[in-house]
Design a protein. Structure first.
Length: 323
């Protein structure tokens, strides 16, 4: 449970928990167990000698990311099983030359005992990758006449769902046909894949500068972790020193907006309508202002805001295609 404060009174044996902000306080992990306990209490079937381990975390700012990190009992097993099936081999080839390839965690506890490596869950890689997939999240309607209303928000909020979309997006076909569909999609996307992760890194590093250009004081935001120009972290993929943290709740919808630049040739091979870094340089401050003008200040809420995803996407689309 995420809480504002928790206090245990040893004299009365009473635990007091303060839940001040419904956007970040409450149950994070163990929801099924909690529901079972509540039902047992209502049905008067809960024995007095039953116990569960209960953990209260104070000061949590990003519950979505924490839940993804902690809720591993099923999710990590799924990716481990897929690794045993060699379903990640095409991905390994795609990222073989990436600077962060050695950090990718394809199965449970990989790199767990190596403190020199900050692992990157393969589900995170897949979540970012499929935001640009026109097979999974096409930005045009099926008739090709209108923009799709569907935005890949689930890539931020549901890493396990993203893994399953990647594995089974071709529907109820046989495993062999599903494998061929995945490999074809990856082959077609290969020309832009490196650029996607370079773009993420560039946005993560330069976001605060775009905020200044737009007249916003990003360092005043609590989640920026600004500490008098001292390094407060490293960029997720490039491991470049950061003086400001940019939460993933901001990065996901912002990076995803550049899917508006994706084109495909007659064979389905991906290419950019315009260079994504050049577009970021041109309209980055406008995109950043759009995010920082949001009434919600919690990055997790921002990351699940469908209107924001749509607005950012349309800004990039209009800039690149309606000049």
């Amino acid at each position: 449970m995420s809480a504002h404060a928790a206090d245990w009174d040893s004299k009365t044996n009473v635990l007091s928990i303060s839940l001040d902000n419904p956007e970040i306080h409450g149950n994070i992990d163990g929801g099924h167990t909690l529901r079972a306990i509540i039902d047992a209490i209502k049905n008067k079937t809960l024995d007095k000698d039953r116990y569960v381990f209960f953990e209260i975390l104070v000061g949590v700012e990003h519950p979505v990311e924490l839940a993804a990190a902690r809720n591993t009992s099923v999710q990590v097993d799924v990716k481990s099983i897929e690794e045993l099936k060699n379903h990640f081999e095409p991905l390994k080839k795609v990222f073989d030359t990436a600077s962060f390839s050695y950090r990718i965690q394809y199965k449970m506890n990989e790199h767990y005992n190596d403190d020199s490596i900050l692992p990157i869950d393969i589900r995170e890689i897949i979540s970012i990758l499929i935001m640009f997939s026109q097979e999974i999240y096409p930005y045009m309607s099926s008739d090709g006449n209108n923009l799709s209303e569907q935005q890949p928000i689930q890539c931020y909020s549901g890493k396990e769902s993203s893994l399953k979309k990647f594995l089974y997006f071709s529907g109820s076909e046989s495993q062999e046909k599903q494998r061929k569909s995945r490999e074809k999609m990856l082959k077609n996307m290969t020309p832009i894949i490196k650029d996607i992760f370079d773009l993420w890194d560039e946005i993560e590093v330069t976001f605060p500068h775009k905020a200044w250009d737009s007249g916003k004081r990003y360092g005043a935001r609590k989640y920026s972790k600004y500490d008098s120009n001292e390094p407060v972290g490293k960029s997720f993929f490039g491991e470049r020193e950061l003086q400001y943290i940019v939460p993933k709740g901001i990065l996901y919808p912002l990076v995803a907006s550049f899917r508006a630049l994706v084109d495909q040739d007659a064979q389905g091979v991906y290419r950019w309508k315009e260079n994504p870094k050049a577009v970021w340089e041109a309209i980055g401050k406008k995109l950043v202002a759009t995010i920082l003008d949001e009434k919600a200040d919690a990055p997790d809420v921002i990351g699940k805001n469908s209107n924001l995803w749509n607005n950012l996407f349309k800004e990039v689309f209009i800039y690149a295609r309606m000049k």
